[in-house]
Design a protein around this ligand. Structure first.
Ligand code: AMP
Ligand code: GLY
Length: 428
């Protein structure tokens, strides 16, 4: 099977690595990709947002499967453009990707499907905003009703800050604050059959102890030793399958990766958000533990015959991904800082997945974006995976590098002090 992955970042690097490992996959191509992928894939300088160019590339490669990584091309119909040329594409239609693109649409689908989520008001005037904020009280949750790559959300106790954020949005969703640990649960679906992946947890804020602004994600780990044993089964039955069924009922069948961002509140598991693509950096941790073929799985989903292939299998143990970001992130990012030590990190056993890197004209590897690398460690448990990931981070240097030192730290501390493997009190 010839495969083509669309996207530039760490998630696409993880997808390319997992595809390259699948014996059913003969070729891995990526557009545009990044220097980290060059060893395992052929890179093509094609703009992921240009549907015609992506489809042309897929045709010229005679690709059997195209996998679209980021949300932006999905919401503008790049998957539709590929399918229109008769090539199987893993990723929803533009119409179905609105599940991620519009918070208001997602709320409407959840209401119709009976999926548990926070109460919310869609507001279009400052008066409505203030009324909704005061109705829910602090902490305030204010979401831009457009695609904002995880950065359109402000959660704050400061009423003025909440009002100011809302003022910058055309349509804004004000939501009830959901208290409890967050879980990312992904599922592969062809629009009918739904195969959940292992639960993961990501760390959204830039600084340790969840301080500072939201980012795209500064680290992740999987599985979650503290999660309730029936979590996946429960979310499949009450969230994933009803959402997929409701979208099909509306004639906007969802095929691709359905990402449920969940809060495990005292009043049950509730959906914080849906995304229409693999999460970043959860995917970097998750796919390192995948023990079955990714290509065959995604192709079956893209061809509407997921029920004909087995559900994904996972290696025992755990994986931890720690993101290294450039100076200034998330407000800005520093470019052109030389990166050294990747080979040393790999020699220690860590896997280094590139996101914002480029090769400079003199052949050095330099930073080229906010999130630069994800360093993944695998081990028999979260503690050993974490140790390896941080050993890898310690070996890598670039000016102004930022990383959190507490990724998966609480879960390790909890298990080592109490031996507990099943507390639902574990926070992020
Ligand atoms: P979203 O883009 O909806 O995923 O929001 C980004 C982050 O903001 C989430 O991962 C949560 O950490 C936080 N968040 C969003 N909505 C809520 C909510 N209703 N209650 C608490 N935290 C939230
Ligand atoms: N890790 C969060 C996201 O991918 O949206």
């Amino acid at each position: 099977m010839k495969t083509l992955v669309i996207g530039p970042g760490g998630r696409e690097h993880a997808l390319a690595v997992a595809l390259a490992r699948d014996p059913a996959v003969s070729e891995v191509h990526v557009a545009p990709g990044n220097p980290g992928m060059a060893a395992i894939a052929t890179l093509h300088p094609v703009d992921p947002m240009d549907g015609a160019a992506v489809a042309d590339l897929a045709v010229s490669l005679a690709a059997d499967l195209v996998v679209i990584g980021p949300e932006a091309p999905l919401t503008t119909g790049v998957a539709d453009a590929v399918r229109a040329r008769g090539i199987a594409c893993f990723g929803p239609t533009a119409e179905a990707a609105v599940l991620e693109g519009s918070k208001a649409f997602a709320k409407d689908v959840m209401a119709a499907a009976g999926v548990p989520t926070g109460m919310a008001h869609l507001c279009t005037t400052p008066e409505e905003v203030v009324a909704a904020l005061d109705a829910f009280g602090a902490p305030y949750v204010v979401k831009d009703d457009g695609l904002a790559a995880g950065k359109g959300v402000v959660v704050t106790n400061d009423r003025d800050e909440a009002i100011a954020h809302a003022a910058g949005c055309e349509r804004v969703v004000i939501e009830e604050f959901l208290d409890g640990p967050e879980v990312s649960l992904f599922a592969i679906t062809d629009g009918k059959t739904v195969y959940p992946l292992q639960p993961a947890q990501d760390f959204k804020r830039i600084h340790d102890n969840d301080e500072g602004p939201n980012t795209g994600g500064m680290g992740a780990y999987t599985p979650l030793p503290w999660a309730p044993a029936d979590l996946v089964e429960d979310v499949l039955a009450r969230v994933l399958q009803p959402t997929v069924d409701e979208l099909a009922r509306r004639g906007t069948s969802f095929q691709g990766l359905l990402y449920a961002g969940l809060a495990l509140t005292k009043r049950g598991t509730k959906v914080i958000e849906f995304n229409a693509r693999f999460g970043d950096p959860e995917t970097q941790a998750l796919l390192s533990l995948l023990d079955s073929g990714l290509g065959s799985l995604l192709l079956a989903a893209a061809q509407g015959r997921l029920d004909e292939v087995p559900a994904p299998r996972w290696k025992a143990g755990a994986a931890v991904a720690v993101v290294m970001a450039s100076a200034g992130y998330p407000e800005s990012s520093s470019k052109g800082d030389e990166i050294t030590g990747i080979a040393d990190a790999e020699a220690l056993g860590a896997t280094v997945l590139h996101a914002g890197t480029v090769s400079s004209s003199d052949g050095a590897l330099v930073t080229a974006g906010g999130r630069v690398l994800a360093v993944v460690g695998q081990g028999v448990d979260v503690a050993s995976a974490r140790k390896l990931a941080y050993a890898g981070v310690g070996a890598i240097k670039f000016d102004g590098a930022q990383f959190r030192s507490d990724i998966a730290g609480d879960v390790v501390a909890t298990s080592s002090t109490t031996g507990a493997t099943s507390t639902t009190e574990q926070g992020v």
